[in-house]
Design a binder for this molecule. Structure first.
Ligand SMILES: [Zn+2]
Length: 497
Protein backbone atom coordinates (compact mmCIF):
# COMPACT_ATOMS: atom_id res chain seq x y z
CA UNK A 1 0.00 0.00 0.00
CA UNK A 2 1.43 3.35 -1.01
CA UNK A 3 0.64 6.20 1.30
CA UNK A 4 1.77 9.72 1.01
CA UNK A 5 2.23 12.51 3.48
CA UNK A 6 0.11 15.47 2.51
CA UNK A 7 1.92 18.75 2.55
CA UNK A 8 -0.47 21.48 1.49
CA UNK A 9 -2.81 23.58 3.54
CA UNK A 10 -6.04 22.05 4.72
CA UNK A 11 -8.19 21.07 1.82
CA UNK A 12 -11.71 22.23 1.47
CA UNK A 13 -14.72 20.03 2.04
CA UNK A 14 -18.29 21.04 1.49
CA UNK A 15 -19.85 23.14 4.18
CA UNK A 16 -17.30 22.18 6.79
CA UNK A 17 -14.79 24.47 5.13
CA UNK A 18 -15.31 27.66 7.07
CA UNK A 19 -14.57 25.82 10.28
CA UNK A 20 -11.58 24.10 8.70
CA UNK A 21 -9.99 27.33 7.48
CA UNK A 22 -10.59 28.96 10.82
CA UNK A 23 -8.80 26.06 12.50
CA UNK A 24 -5.80 26.44 10.22
CA UNK A 25 -5.53 30.16 10.77
CA UNK A 26 -5.60 29.51 14.51
CA UNK A 27 -2.44 27.47 14.10
CA UNK A 28 -3.90 23.99 14.34
CA UNK A 29 -1.87 21.58 12.22
CA UNK A 30 -3.69 19.10 10.01
CA UNK A 31 -2.64 15.52 10.81
CA UNK A 32 -3.82 12.48 8.89
CA UNK A 33 -6.46 10.60 10.77
CA UNK A 34 -6.19 6.84 11.22
CA UNK A 35 -9.08 6.28 8.80
CA UNK A 36 -7.51 8.25 5.93
CA UNK A 37 -8.18 6.80 2.48
CA UNK A 38 -5.16 6.99 0.14
CA UNK A 39 -5.60 7.69 -3.58
CA UNK A 40 -2.95 7.60 -6.26
CA UNK A 41 -3.57 8.75 -9.82
CA UNK A 42 -0.90 8.07 -12.42
CA UNK A 43 -0.75 9.22 -16.00
CA UNK A 44 1.77 6.64 -17.16
CA UNK A 45 3.35 8.09 -20.31
CA UNK A 46 2.80 10.75 -22.98
CA UNK A 47 0.23 9.60 -25.52
CA UNK A 48 -1.48 7.17 -23.14
CA UNK A 49 -5.29 7.37 -23.43
CA UNK A 50 -5.81 6.34 -19.82
CA UNK A 51 -4.97 7.09 -16.19
CA UNK A 52 -4.42 4.49 -13.48
CA UNK A 53 -6.05 4.93 -10.09
CA UNK A 54 -5.37 3.11 -6.82
CA UNK A 55 -7.51 3.52 -3.72
CA UNK A 56 -6.40 1.96 -0.42
CA UNK A 57 -7.46 2.15 3.22
CA UNK A 58 -5.91 1.01 6.48
CA UNK A 59 -8.20 -1.79 7.70
CA UNK A 60 -9.78 -4.57 5.70
CA UNK A 61 -13.54 -4.25 5.21
CA UNK A 62 -15.32 -6.10 8.06
CA UNK A 63 -17.98 -7.39 5.62
CA UNK A 64 -18.54 -7.34 1.86
CA UNK A 65 -18.87 -3.81 0.48
CA UNK A 66 -19.04 -1.85 -2.74
CA UNK A 67 -16.86 0.44 -4.78
CA UNK A 68 -18.88 3.22 -6.40
CA UNK A 69 -18.12 5.55 -9.31
CA UNK A 70 -19.98 8.88 -9.44
CA UNK A 71 -22.73 9.37 -11.98
CA UNK A 72 -24.12 12.62 -10.61
CA UNK A 73 -22.04 15.80 -10.81
CA UNK A 74 -22.26 18.36 -8.00
CA UNK A 75 -24.12 21.34 -9.50
CA UNK A 76 -24.20 19.53 -12.82
CA UNK A 77 -27.93 18.86 -12.38
CA UNK A 78 -27.61 15.79 -14.56
CA UNK A 79 -25.76 12.52 -14.83
CA UNK A 80 -22.83 11.07 -16.72
CA UNK A 81 -22.02 7.38 -16.54
CA UNK A 82 -18.37 7.68 -15.55
CA UNK A 83 -18.47 3.99 -14.56
CA UNK A 84 -18.59 3.21 -18.31
CA UNK A 85 -14.95 4.27 -18.65
CA UNK A 86 -13.61 2.11 -15.84
CA UNK A 87 -11.61 -0.91 -16.97
CA UNK A 88 -9.88 -3.74 -15.21
CA UNK A 89 -11.08 -2.97 -11.69
CA UNK A 90 -9.19 -5.24 -9.30
CA UNK A 91 -9.51 -5.65 -5.59
CA UNK A 92 -6.91 -6.75 -3.05
CA UNK A 93 -8.15 -8.78 -0.06
CA UNK A 94 -5.94 -10.80 2.29
CA UNK A 95 -2.99 -10.35 -0.06
CA UNK A 96 -4.84 -11.75 -3.07
CA UNK A 97 -5.75 -9.66 -6.12
CA UNK A 98 -8.90 -10.55 -8.07
CA UNK A 99 -11.17 -8.92 -10.63
CA UNK A 100 -14.03 -7.21 -8.79
CA UNK A 101 -17.54 -8.28 -9.74
CA UNK A 102 -19.64 -5.63 -11.44
CA UNK A 103 -23.10 -5.23 -9.90
CA UNK A 104 -26.12 -3.08 -10.71
CA UNK A 105 -25.64 0.69 -10.95
CA UNK A 106 -22.14 2.23 -10.92
CA UNK A 107 -20.95 -0.40 -8.44
CA UNK A 108 -18.47 -3.24 -7.99
CA UNK A 109 -18.67 -5.82 -5.19
CA UNK A 110 -15.79 -5.84 -2.69
CA UNK A 111 -15.14 -8.94 -0.55
CA UNK A 112 -14.74 -8.82 3.23
CA UNK A 113 -11.13 -8.05 4.08
CA UNK A 114 -10.60 -5.82 1.01
CA UNK A 115 -7.89 -3.20 1.53
CA UNK A 116 -7.50 -1.62 -1.90
CA UNK A 117 -8.81 -1.38 -5.44
CA UNK A 118 -7.13 -0.32 -8.63
CA UNK A 119 -8.55 0.48 -12.02
CA UNK A 120 -7.93 2.26 -15.25
CA UNK A 121 -9.98 5.09 -16.77
CA UNK A 122 -10.03 5.60 -20.51
CA UNK A 123 -10.03 9.40 -20.85
CA UNK A 124 -9.94 9.37 -24.63
CA UNK A 125 -13.13 7.32 -24.83
CA UNK A 126 -14.70 9.48 -22.12
CA UNK A 127 -14.19 12.63 -24.14
CA UNK A 128 -15.49 10.93 -27.24
CA UNK A 129 -18.63 9.55 -25.58
CA UNK A 130 -19.49 12.47 -23.28
CA UNK A 131 -20.44 15.31 -25.57
CA UNK A 132 -20.74 18.06 -22.97
CA UNK A 133 -17.18 19.39 -22.71
CA UNK A 134 -17.66 20.46 -19.10
CA UNK A 135 -18.43 16.89 -17.98
CA UNK A 136 -15.40 15.15 -19.50
CA UNK A 137 -11.72 14.85 -18.81
CA UNK A 138 -9.40 14.86 -21.81
CA UNK A 139 -6.05 13.77 -23.16
CA UNK A 140 -4.15 15.74 -25.79
CA UNK A 141 -0.65 15.72 -27.15
CA UNK A 142 1.38 17.11 -24.24
CA UNK A 143 -1.62 17.70 -21.99
CA UNK A 144 -4.26 16.13 -19.78
CA UNK A 145 -7.07 17.86 -17.91
CA UNK A 146 -8.91 15.72 -15.36
CA UNK A 147 -12.14 16.32 -13.44
CA UNK A 148 -11.99 14.57 -10.07
CA UNK A 149 -15.51 13.13 -10.22
CA UNK A 150 -14.85 11.57 -13.62
CA UNK A 151 -11.95 9.42 -12.37
CA UNK A 152 -12.25 8.95 -8.61
CA UNK A 153 -14.69 6.54 -6.99
CA UNK A 154 -15.16 5.63 -3.34
CA UNK A 155 -15.85 2.71 -1.06
CA UNK A 156 -19.51 2.89 -0.07
CA UNK A 157 -19.60 4.42 3.42
CA UNK A 158 -16.19 6.08 3.20
CA UNK A 159 -17.46 9.35 1.66
CA UNK A 160 -16.82 11.31 4.85
CA UNK A 161 -13.32 10.03 5.51
CA UNK A 162 -10.26 12.26 5.05
CA UNK A 163 -8.20 11.63 1.95
CA UNK A 164 -4.51 11.73 1.03
CA UNK A 165 -3.90 11.80 -2.70
CA UNK A 166 -0.76 11.54 -4.83
CA UNK A 167 -0.82 12.62 -8.47
CA UNK A 168 1.95 11.47 -10.73
CA UNK A 169 2.72 12.29 -14.37
CA UNK A 170 5.24 11.23 -16.98
CA UNK A 171 8.86 12.32 -16.59
CA UNK A 172 9.36 16.04 -17.22
CA UNK A 173 5.62 16.78 -17.16
CA UNK A 174 4.58 19.61 -14.82
CA UNK A 175 1.81 18.37 -12.48
CA UNK A 176 -0.84 20.59 -10.90
CA UNK A 177 -3.69 19.75 -8.52
CA UNK A 178 -6.29 22.32 -7.51
CA UNK A 179 -6.28 20.68 -4.06
CA UNK A 180 -2.75 21.85 -3.40
CA UNK A 181 -1.48 24.38 -5.95
CA UNK A 182 2.27 24.87 -5.69
CA UNK A 183 4.44 27.49 -7.25
CA UNK A 184 6.37 27.09 -9.38
CA UNK A 185 4.56 24.11 -10.89
CA UNK A 186 7.11 21.29 -10.98
CA UNK A 187 7.62 18.07 -12.90
CA UNK A 188 7.23 15.82 -9.90
CA UNK A 189 4.34 14.11 -8.09
CA UNK A 190 1.93 16.26 -6.08
CA UNK A 191 0.84 15.15 -2.61
CA UNK A 192 -2.39 16.70 -1.39
CA UNK A 193 -5.12 16.12 1.14
CA UNK A 194 -8.88 16.46 0.96
CA UNK A 195 -11.31 16.73 3.85
CA UNK A 196 -13.62 14.14 2.31
CA UNK A 197 -14.59 12.48 -0.97
CA UNK A 198 -16.57 15.54 -2.11
CA UNK A 199 -13.44 17.72 -1.90
CA UNK A 200 -11.42 15.18 -3.89
CA UNK A 201 -14.14 14.67 -6.48
CA UNK A 202 -14.63 18.41 -6.92
CA UNK A 203 -10.92 19.04 -7.60
CA UNK A 204 -9.07 18.98 -10.92
CA UNK A 205 -5.71 17.80 -12.17
CA UNK A 206 -3.83 19.52 -14.98
CA UNK A 207 -0.53 18.31 -16.35
CA UNK A 208 1.77 18.38 -19.33
CA UNK A 209 4.24 20.59 -21.17
CA UNK A 210 1.45 22.24 -23.19
CA UNK A 211 -0.39 23.45 -20.11
CA UNK A 212 0.35 27.04 -19.09
CA UNK A 213 0.25 28.01 -15.44
CA UNK A 214 0.14 31.50 -13.94
CA UNK A 215 0.18 32.66 -10.38
CA UNK A 216 -2.08 35.70 -10.48
CA UNK A 217 -2.31 37.06 -6.96
CA UNK A 218 -1.57 36.49 -3.30
CA UNK A 219 -4.55 38.44 -1.95
CA UNK A 220 -7.36 38.17 -1.15
CA UNK A 221 -6.47 34.52 -1.82
CA UNK A 222 -3.62 32.66 -3.55
CA UNK A 223 -4.91 32.70 -7.10
CA UNK A 224 -3.85 30.46 -10.01
CA UNK A 225 -4.67 30.16 -13.69
CA UNK A 226 -4.19 26.84 -15.50
CA UNK A 227 -4.71 27.07 -19.24
CA UNK A 228 -4.60 24.86 -22.28
CA UNK A 229 -5.38 26.46 -25.63
CA UNK A 230 -5.89 25.13 -29.14
CA UNK A 231 -6.78 28.64 -30.30
CA UNK A 232 -5.68 32.23 -29.73
CA UNK A 233 -5.88 33.59 -26.23
CA UNK A 234 -4.37 36.56 -24.41
CA UNK A 235 -3.57 35.07 -21.02
CA UNK A 236 -2.47 38.42 -19.60
CA UNK A 237 -5.91 39.80 -20.34
CA UNK A 238 -7.63 36.65 -19.01
CA UNK A 239 -5.48 36.77 -15.86
CA UNK A 240 -6.43 40.40 -15.19
CA UNK A 241 -10.14 39.59 -15.49
CA UNK A 242 -9.86 36.53 -13.23
CA UNK A 243 -8.06 38.66 -10.63
CA UNK A 244 -10.66 41.42 -10.83
CA UNK A 245 -13.53 38.93 -10.55
CA UNK A 246 -12.04 37.23 -7.50
CA UNK A 247 -11.22 40.55 -5.78
CA UNK A 248 -14.72 41.94 -6.26
CA UNK A 249 -16.59 38.80 -5.30
CA UNK A 250 -14.39 38.33 -2.22
CA UNK A 251 -15.08 41.96 -1.22
CA UNK A 252 -18.82 41.36 -1.61
CA UNK A 253 -18.86 38.32 0.68
CA UNK A 254 -16.30 39.83 3.07
CA UNK A 255 -14.52 36.62 3.96
CA UNK A 256 -12.70 34.08 1.82
CA UNK A 257 -13.47 30.61 3.17
CA UNK A 258 -10.70 28.83 1.22
CA UNK A 259 -6.89 29.07 1.14
CA UNK A 260 -6.39 29.13 -2.63
CA UNK A 261 -8.37 29.29 -5.85
CA UNK A 262 -7.71 28.10 -9.40
CA UNK A 263 -9.31 29.01 -12.71
CA UNK A 264 -8.88 26.18 -15.22
CA UNK A 265 -9.58 27.15 -18.83
CA UNK A 266 -9.41 24.99 -21.93
CA UNK A 267 -9.91 26.28 -25.48
CA UNK A 268 -10.68 23.25 -27.60
CA UNK A 269 -10.98 22.34 -31.24
CA UNK A 270 -14.30 20.49 -31.41
CA UNK A 271 -13.84 16.74 -31.28
CA UNK A 272 -16.91 16.24 -33.49
CA UNK A 273 -19.69 18.60 -34.59
CA UNK A 274 -21.92 17.00 -31.95
CA UNK A 275 -19.64 17.93 -29.05
CA UNK A 276 -20.77 20.95 -27.05
CA UNK A 277 -18.51 23.64 -25.65
CA UNK A 278 -18.99 26.75 -23.61
CA UNK A 279 -20.37 25.55 -20.28
CA UNK A 280 -18.42 26.62 -17.19
CA UNK A 281 -18.53 24.84 -13.86
CA UNK A 282 -17.92 25.92 -10.31
CA UNK A 283 -16.11 23.86 -7.70
CA UNK A 284 -15.10 24.24 -4.04
CA UNK A 285 -11.90 26.17 -4.72
CA UNK A 286 -11.76 26.32 -8.48
CA UNK A 287 -13.84 26.80 -11.59
CA UNK A 288 -13.53 25.21 -15.01
CA UNK A 289 -14.18 26.80 -18.41
CA UNK A 290 -14.25 24.47 -21.41
CA UNK A 291 -14.70 26.66 -24.43
CA UNK A 292 -14.46 26.39 -28.20
CA UNK A 293 -11.01 27.21 -29.56
CA UNK A 294 -12.37 30.33 -31.23
CA UNK A 295 -13.93 31.65 -28.00
CA UNK A 296 -10.70 32.77 -26.36
CA UNK A 297 -10.25 36.35 -25.19
CA UNK A 298 -7.56 37.88 -27.39
CA UNK A 299 -5.98 41.31 -27.75
CA UNK A 300 -8.56 41.94 -30.50
CA UNK A 301 -11.57 41.22 -28.24
CA UNK A 302 -13.93 44.15 -27.66
CA UNK A 303 -14.82 45.82 -24.36
CA UNK A 304 -18.16 44.04 -24.65
CA UNK A 305 -16.42 40.65 -24.93
CA UNK A 306 -14.35 41.58 -21.92
CA UNK A 307 -17.41 42.52 -19.87
CA UNK A 308 -19.05 39.21 -20.75
CA UNK A 309 -15.96 37.21 -19.76
CA UNK A 310 -15.54 39.19 -16.53
CA UNK A 311 -19.13 38.42 -15.59
CA UNK A 312 -18.71 34.73 -16.42
CA UNK A 313 -15.70 34.56 -14.11
CA UNK A 314 -17.47 36.51 -11.34
CA UNK A 315 -20.56 34.28 -11.67
CA UNK A 316 -18.60 31.04 -11.24
CA UNK A 317 -16.30 32.44 -8.57
CA UNK A 318 -19.38 33.57 -6.59
CA UNK A 319 -20.57 29.96 -6.58
CA UNK A 320 -17.57 29.08 -4.37
CA UNK A 321 -19.66 30.85 -1.69
CA UNK A 322 -23.20 30.16 -2.97
CA UNK A 323 -23.97 27.29 -3.10
CA UNK A 324 -20.64 25.64 -2.30
CA UNK A 325 -20.58 27.00 1.28
CA UNK A 326 -24.28 27.50 1.91
CA UNK A 327 -27.23 26.09 0.01
CA UNK A 328 -30.58 24.42 0.27
CA UNK A 329 -30.95 20.73 0.97
CA UNK A 330 -29.50 18.27 -1.53
CA UNK A 331 -26.17 19.98 -2.22
CA UNK A 332 -24.33 18.56 0.78
CA UNK A 333 -24.15 15.72 1.59
CA UNK A 334 -24.21 14.91 -2.09
CA UNK A 335 -25.81 11.86 -3.68
CA UNK A 336 -23.30 10.50 -6.19
CA UNK A 337 -25.16 7.67 -7.89
CA UNK A 338 -28.29 9.51 -9.02
CA UNK A 339 -28.66 13.25 -9.61
CA UNK A 340 -30.42 14.53 -6.47
CA UNK A 341 -33.78 16.24 -6.84
CA UNK A 342 -33.25 19.73 -5.44
CA UNK A 343 -35.87 22.30 -4.38
CA UNK A 344 -33.60 25.37 -4.34
CA UNK A 345 -31.64 25.66 -7.57
CA UNK A 346 -33.15 29.16 -7.78
CA UNK A 347 -31.13 30.06 -4.68
CA UNK A 348 -27.87 28.44 -5.78
CA UNK A 349 -27.96 29.78 -9.32
CA UNK A 350 -30.09 32.89 -8.93
CA UNK A 351 -28.74 34.31 -5.67
CA UNK A 352 -25.21 33.26 -6.73
CA UNK A 353 -25.49 35.22 -9.97
CA UNK A 354 -27.15 38.17 -8.26
CA UNK A 355 -24.22 38.30 -5.83
CA UNK A 356 -21.82 38.35 -8.80
CA UNK A 357 -23.79 41.21 -10.40
CA UNK A 358 -23.70 43.25 -7.20
CA UNK A 359 -20.02 42.45 -6.61
CA UNK A 360 -19.20 43.92 -10.02
CA UNK A 361 -21.72 46.78 -9.76
CA UNK A 362 -20.00 48.49 -6.82
CA UNK A 363 -16.93 49.21 -8.97
CA UNK A 364 -18.93 50.51 -11.95
CA UNK A 365 -19.32 54.22 -12.69
CA UNK A 366 -23.11 53.76 -12.61
CA UNK A 367 -23.87 50.87 -10.22
CA UNK A 368 -27.66 51.21 -10.48
CA UNK A 369 -27.61 51.33 -14.27
CA UNK A 370 -25.28 48.33 -14.38
CA UNK A 371 -27.54 46.36 -12.05
CA UNK A 372 -30.68 47.17 -14.04
CA UNK A 373 -28.99 46.30 -17.32
CA UNK A 374 -27.80 42.96 -15.97
CA UNK A 375 -31.18 42.11 -14.44
CA UNK A 376 -32.77 42.79 -17.82
CA UNK A 377 -30.23 40.86 -19.86
CA UNK A 378 -29.58 37.97 -17.48
CA UNK A 379 -33.02 37.45 -15.93
CA UNK A 380 -36.04 39.48 -17.08
CA UNK A 381 -35.60 38.69 -20.76
CA UNK A 382 -35.58 34.97 -19.94
CA UNK A 383 -38.90 35.27 -18.12
CA UNK A 384 -40.42 36.98 -21.13
CA UNK A 385 -39.16 34.32 -23.50
CA UNK A 386 -39.95 31.21 -21.44
CA UNK A 387 -42.59 28.82 -22.78
CA UNK A 388 -45.92 29.03 -20.93
CA UNK A 389 -45.77 25.48 -19.54
CA UNK A 390 -42.56 26.37 -17.69
CA UNK A 391 -43.72 29.85 -16.64
CA UNK A 392 -46.77 28.41 -14.94
CA UNK A 393 -44.81 25.94 -12.84
CA UNK A 394 -44.21 26.87 -9.23
CA UNK A 395 -40.53 27.65 -8.64
CA UNK A 396 -39.88 24.62 -6.41
CA UNK A 397 -41.46 22.35 -9.01
CA UNK A 398 -39.38 23.96 -11.76
CA UNK A 399 -36.26 23.46 -9.62
CA UNK A 400 -37.08 19.77 -9.25
CA UNK A 401 -37.58 19.46 -12.99
CA UNK A 402 -34.29 21.27 -13.69
CA UNK A 403 -32.46 19.03 -11.18
CA UNK A 404 -31.82 16.40 -13.83
CA UNK A 405 -31.83 18.41 -17.06
CA UNK A 406 -30.63 21.92 -16.24
CA UNK A 407 -28.11 22.17 -19.08
CA UNK A 408 -29.53 19.46 -21.30
CA UNK A 409 -32.76 21.40 -21.67
CA UNK A 410 -31.44 24.82 -20.78
CA UNK A 411 -34.94 26.35 -20.90
CA UNK A 412 -35.38 24.83 -17.42
CA UNK A 413 -31.98 25.99 -16.13
CA UNK A 414 -32.31 29.49 -17.54
CA UNK A 415 -35.78 30.04 -16.11
CA UNK A 416 -34.96 28.67 -12.66
CA UNK A 417 -31.87 30.91 -12.25
CA UNK A 418 -33.68 33.92 -13.71
CA UNK A 419 -36.58 33.67 -11.27
CA UNK A 420 -34.11 33.14 -8.42
CA UNK A 421 -32.02 36.14 -9.48
CA UNK A 422 -35.10 38.37 -9.57
CA UNK A 423 -36.19 37.05 -6.16
CA UNK A 424 -32.76 38.02 -4.81
CA UNK A 425 -33.08 41.50 -6.34
CA UNK A 426 -36.55 41.96 -4.84
CA UNK A 427 -35.31 40.87 -1.40
CA UNK A 428 -32.35 43.24 -1.69
CA UNK A 429 -34.70 46.12 -2.54
CA UNK A 430 -37.00 45.34 0.38
CA UNK A 431 -34.12 45.12 2.88
CA UNK A 432 -32.55 48.39 1.69
CA UNK A 433 -35.90 50.15 1.71
CA UNK A 434 -36.80 49.10 5.24
CA UNK A 435 -33.38 49.82 6.72
CA UNK A 436 -32.86 53.16 5.00
CA UNK A 437 -30.02 51.64 2.96
CA UNK A 438 -28.03 50.57 6.03
CA UNK A 439 -28.48 46.87 5.37
CA UNK A 440 -28.73 44.88 2.18
CA UNK A 441 -29.00 41.32 0.92
CA UNK A 442 -25.22 41.20 1.13
CA UNK A 443 -25.38 41.31 4.92
CA UNK A 444 -28.01 38.59 4.93
CA UNK A 445 -25.86 36.37 2.70
CA UNK A 446 -22.80 36.91 4.90
CA UNK A 447 -24.88 35.82 7.88
CA UNK A 448 -26.23 32.85 5.94
CA UNK A 449 -22.65 31.76 5.12
CA UNK A 450 -21.77 31.80 8.81
CA UNK A 451 -24.95 29.78 9.48
CA UNK A 452 -23.90 27.24 6.83
CA UNK A 453 -20.43 26.89 8.32
CA UNK A 454 -21.95 26.34 11.74
CA UNK A 455 -24.81 24.03 10.83
CA UNK A 456 -23.15 22.10 8.00
CA UNK A 457 -26.45 21.26 6.38
CA UNK A 458 -28.65 22.68 3.68
CA UNK A 459 -31.65 24.84 4.60
CA UNK A 460 -35.25 23.93 3.81
CA UNK A 461 -37.25 26.29 1.62
CA UNK A 462 -39.47 27.33 4.51
CA UNK A 463 -36.44 28.16 6.69
CA UNK A 464 -35.06 30.79 4.32
CA UNK A 465 -37.29 33.73 5.28
CA UNK A 466 -36.53 33.24 8.98
CA UNK A 467 -32.80 33.01 8.35
CA UNK A 468 -32.82 36.21 6.29
CA UNK A 469 -34.93 38.05 8.86
CA UNK A 470 -32.55 36.96 11.58
CA UNK A 471 -29.67 38.63 9.72
CA UNK A 472 -31.41 41.82 8.62
CA UNK A 473 -34.40 42.32 10.91
CA UNK A 474 -36.53 42.60 7.77
CA UNK A 475 -39.42 40.27 6.94
CA UNK A 476 -39.13 39.10 3.35
CA UNK A 477 -41.42 36.06 3.60
CA UNK A 478 -43.99 37.59 1.25
CA UNK A 479 -41.31 38.41 -1.35
CA UNK A 480 -40.08 34.82 -1.31
CA UNK A 481 -43.67 33.55 -1.46
CA UNK A 482 -44.47 35.76 -4.45
CA UNK A 483 -41.47 34.52 -6.41
CA UNK A 484 -42.11 30.87 -5.57
CA UNK A 485 -45.57 31.10 -7.17
CA UNK A 486 -46.20 30.27 -10.83
CA UNK A 487 -45.67 33.21 -13.16
CA UNK A 488 -48.66 34.72 -14.96
CA UNK A 489 -49.44 32.77 -18.11
CA UNK A 490 -49.12 35.76 -20.41
CA UNK A 491 -45.54 36.96 -20.79
CA UNK A 492 -46.65 40.54 -21.40
CA UNK A 493 -48.11 40.98 -17.90
CA UNK A 494 -46.03 43.25 -15.70
CA UNK A 495 -44.05 41.32 -13.11
CA UNK A 496 -43.60 42.03 -9.46
CA UNK A 497 -40.12 43.39 -9.11
ZN1 LIG B 1 -24.19 29.38 -12.12
Amino acid sequence: MARSQATGAAAAGGMRVLACVVAVSCGVTVVHAADTVAYRLTYPHPGSPHVDVTVSWPDGLPSPGAFVMPRAIPMGYGEQRFDDFVADLRVVAAGTTTAAERVEGPRWRLPAGATSVRYRIDLRRMEHDVRAASDASRVRDGYIGVLGYSVFGYVDGFEGRPIAVTVEGPRDWPVFSTLSPRWPVRAEPVDASAADFYALADSQIVMGPRAVFRRLAERPVALFLASYAEGDVDLDRVGRLVTTAVERVAAYFGEVPFAHYTVHQELLQPLTPRHEYGMSMEHLDSSTYYLAASAGLTSASTAQDEARVLYNFAHHVAHAWLPKRVAGEGYVPFQWELAPVIDTIWFAEGFGQYAAIMALATAMPDPTGFREGMLDRRFRRNLDEAPPFLRTMGLVELSRVASTRYAEDFRTGRLVFSRGGLMAAAIDDRVREQTGGRTSLRDALRGLLAWGARERRGFKVDELAGLLRHETGVDVADVIEAWLRPLPARPSQPLDR
